[in-house]
Write a protein of this length. Structure first.
Length: 112
């Protein structure tokens, strides 16, 4: 499995922790690709160069992407949020708001 993780240190760490919280070893179970920006990561997902991305959820590129491929925003369960917060206290649980292109409202995710 490949996963696009933003090149920023904070989002790279969040990506690693999210994988660990779901029982994956970031060094063994995935091949990370480093995307400099969310748009690049989303493009890699649309072009099937990666299997998953860790990204922000805003912008018109999401609406464009939905026309080209199917994707799902995975919910983050409460126990996973607790795991993330213990290791990275700047993480907060939120739900996706209404009105985002291509994304269901009310999906539990995290923000920093």
């Amino acid at each position: 499995m490949t996963i696009d993780i933003r090149a920023s240190r904070l989002l790279s760490k969040l990506g690693e922790l999210m994988l660990e919280a779901n029982g994956l070893d970031p060094k063994k179970d995935v091949t990370p690709l480093k995307a400099e920006f969310d748009v690049q990561a989303l493009g890699n997902l649309v072009d099937k160069r990666t299997d998953a991305i860790i990204s922000g959820l805003v912008g018109s590129k999401w609406a464009e992407a939905e026309k080209k491929t199917d994707f799902t925003v995975l919910p983050i369960e409460e126990d996973k949020v607790a795991y993330l917060r213990q290791r990275l206290p700047v993480v907060f649980p939120v739900k996706t708001p209404a009105g985002l292109p291509s994304i269901k409202a009310g999906v539990p995710v995290v923000t920093v």
